[in-house]
Design a protein around this ligand. Structure first.
Ligand SMILES: Cc1cc2nc3c(=O)[nH]c(=O)nc-3n(C[C@H](O)[C@H](O)[C@H](O)COP(=O)(O)OP(=O)(O)OC[C@H]3O[C@@H](n4cnc5c(N)ncnc54)[C@H](O)[C@@H]3O)c2cc1C
Length: 355
């Protein structure tokens, strides 16, 4: 069976990002790479959004960028500006197309459907397939979004809504998220932070229909695309091996308090590329321990006091938007962290240390 210098298990966001980074930096000129990906075809299946706090390779896959956003709880709305760090939405269809077109140019890159088709004994492996053990205590961010098209202009495409908590909470944390791509198209998502132990919150279609028709008061629309997902708000199991590193969600690239992963994957890809010649000995790339600690407390509070979370999120955005964005994107300094921490209900957070 054929052998390769590198193997990427999973040609999704992380796998393809790393392959692209290696390719454009000419690290695959005299090395072979096998990408293991079972999907039959690549088509748009996700929309990746984030505040652009760092450079990445995919500005040409950005569907829309915003400099203003809002967050609201019942009877209160906060309008905020994010000119310094615009919020970008990447179309996964464009991302897959761009990367696969580039990788096709290199005759050292091969695709397989299953790892058993090749000999992996002597290769260095980048694995993006997470190992998730079922545990009813684990929290998830689970969601469903639809792209809608209206006949007449309806949306204000200058501003997106990050979180609308003015909805049914069902003893969990629930909000809607609206990204208006144009005056007559938008992505509208229902998002839950919960343990997902039963399917009772998964009546996504009726939640979205109610929100669009009763809350947004929009009647004349059609659904043109749908996406659904669940992001683990815990780190998948990770076994250290000399010839293998985990990447993407499997590699702990999700910021647990927010679910944001895309930009961390891009930074991890750059790190791998910079260290590729000595990758077996490179230090593990991870989201800083500071955020791991703070997110752990935040999720404990969320778990025990879901009813407090709309207010907590709303208060968090009372800090300057620049500070909150930097905090949510792992770029804040000590004083910025402090300014966020001081906005939190102190007793609740101190108690969470002892749960
Ligand atoms: C619908 C959705 C929307 C999201 N939106 C955002 C967002 O807005 N912002 C953000 O920062 N993050 C977002 N995320 C979180 C995260 O960025 C994505 O999940 C991202 O795709 C993670 O990249 P990955 O490479 O780890 O996983 P994936 O992109 O899922 O890639 C894993 C790949 O492995 C393949 N695979 C599966 N089983 C095997 C196997 N046995 N062998 C080989 N290959 C296998 C899959 O087909 C897939 O292509 C979203 C997640 C989802 C699901």
């Amino acid at each position: 069976m054929r052998e390769f210098d590198y193997i990427i298990i999973g040609g999704g966001c992380a796998g393809l990002s790393i392959a692209y980074e290696l390719e454009i930096n000419e690290k695959l000129k005299d090395k072979t790479l096998a990408i293991i990906e079972p999907r039959k075809e690549y088509k748009k299946d996700k929309t990746w959004s984030f505040w652009k706090v760092a450079e990445h390779n995919f500005d040409d896959c950005v569907k829309k960028s915003w400099e203003n956003f809002s967050i609201n709880i019942p009877k209160k709305t906060n309008h905020l500006e994010c000119k310094i760090y615009p919020y970008q939405s990447i179309d996964s269809g464009l991302f897959y197309e761009k990367i696969n077109n580039k990788l096709k140019e290199n005759k050292n890159i091969f695709y397989f459907k299953d790892l058993s088709e090749i000999n992996s004994k002597n290769s260095f492996i980048f694995n993006s397939v997470p190992s998730i053990k079922k545990d009813h205590r684990n929290l998830w961010q689970h969601f469903c979004g639809v792209e809608v098209e209206t006949q007449n202009n309806f949306f204000d495409d200058e501003i997106f809504n990050l979180m609308d908590f003015d909805c049914d909470q069902r003893e969990s944390v629930h909000f809607f998220y609206t990204l208006p791509y144009s005056k007559n198209t938008a992505l509208i998502e229902t998002t839950w932070l919960s343990k997902m132990n039963d399917g009772s919150q998964k009546d996504y279609d009726s939640q979205i229909k109610d929100y669009i028709e009763k809350r947004l008061n929009l009647r004349n629309y059609k659904i043109t695309y749908k996406e659904e997902g669940a992001i683990p708000l815990f780190y998948p199991t990770y076994e250290k091996e000399r010839n293998k590193i985990n990447i993407g969600t499997a590699g702990g690239m999700t910021r647990l308090s927010t679910g944001y992963t895309f930009l961390n994957i891009q930074q991890h890809s750059k790190y791998i590329c910079q260290n590729i010649e000595n990758i077996s000995n490179a230090k593990k790339f991870e989201i800083s321990k500071k955020y791991q600690f703070l997110d752990d407390i935040f999720l404990r509070v969320l778990d025990k006091n879901p009813e407090m979370m709309p207010d907590i999120f709303f208060k968090m955005f009372k800090s300057s938007p620049k500070t909150v964005i930097k905090f949510m994107s792992n770029k804040s300094n000590f004083f910025e962290d402090l300014s966020i921490i001081l906005k939190m209900p102190k007793l609740t957070f101190v108690k969470a240390l002892f749960y």
